[in-house]
Design a protein around this ligand. Structure first.
Ligand code: ZN
Length: 279
């Protein structure tokens, strides 16, 4: 376009550009409108993606699709050129899914807007999972020996067992996917076994989460530490007993504790039989 403009200016000086200018001008206007249309479409797509991410984020952390829909809808910045046509958030198979359809006006063709549809998905990581299993158990100090794993905290004082329980946050009867070890903030958390860190960071209800893979589908999960307490990174090899983090109270937590899980092929199992009282 720049060269065309140069030509127009050059020709203008010669005083013979009128004809050329008239033929090029509509083309220039058309190109400007085309670029403008692209910018409008880009803004609409950007806004849509943002509102989708916002929806799944809220749904995954609150568990409420209604709340997620309402909040995300009101966060959508509609303009004269595009608007949110439909928006829906669902929770399916432990995943929050958001779908949006945006109507974008085509310049000078208000009768036939085009629509952009997209969706976003995020897994729900929630300390208090949805399945109901087992019964409420009495809490107390854990004394075990000969297990597969070493103690994730030095003093394994269980404040909440694996299995069904009344949700401490008042959300009814829920399955607890791990055991909670009560400990003061900053108490060292140790790797329960040799392995590779596959996750280390924010995770919805868990606050922050460290996952160590021990091979053969066996994993240990450590939750609720604050992000600054995480001392490992994804891909790092750790040894049993390595200091990997400190006890915190991030996420769905009522006080400082370590939420510890053992997962076999992704399924949480009771960690107690896996635990060894000493190194
Ligand atoms: Zn827990």
């Amino acid at each position: 376009m720049a060269t065309k403009f140069k030509r127009i200016l050059k020709c203008g000086k010669k005083g013979s550009a009128t004809l050329e200018f008239i033929t090029i001008l509509p083309l220039v206007i058309f190109m400007c409108l085309f670029v403008w249309q692209l910018i409008v479409a880009g803004m609409a797509v950007f806004e849509t993606q943002w509102v989708l991410k916002e929806g799944v984020r809220i749904a995954a952390s609150s568990g409420s699709t209604k709340e997620a829909e309402n909040k995300a809808r009101s966060a959508f910045h509609a303009s004269d050129y595009y608007s949110l046509d439909s928006y829906k958030v669902e929770i399916k198979d432990e995943k929050a899914v958001a779908k949006a359809k945006v109507r974008i006006k085509v310049l000078f063709m208000s009768s036939s807007p085009f629509t952009y549809s997209s969706s976003a998905k995020t897994p729900i990581y929630d300390d208090e999972n949805t399945q109901m299993a087992g019964s409420m158990m009495l809490a107390g100090p854990l004394i075990t020996s000969g297990g597969r794993f070493g103690p994730p905290v030095a003093n394994m004082n269980i404040t909440s067992h694996f299995g069904g329980r009344n949700d401490p946050l008042g959300r009814g009867y829920r399955n607890h996917t791990g055991v909670d070890f009560g400990a003061s903030e900053g108490t060292p958390i140790y790797a329960a076994g040799d392995g590779v860190v596959t996750r280390a960071g924010a995770a919805r209800g868990y606050g922050n989460l460290i996952v160590i893979s021990h091979g053969n589908g066996l994993e240990t999960w450590y939750a609720h530490m604050y992000s600054h307490q995480i001392g490992v990174h994804v891909g790092q090899r750790v040894k049993r007993g390595d200091h990997i983090a400190g006890v915190g109270s991030a996420g769905n937590s009522t006080g400082p504790h370590l939420h510890f899980e053992v997962r076999v092929n992704g399924q949480p199992v009771n960690p107690v039989p896996y635990l060894n009282g000493g190194y």
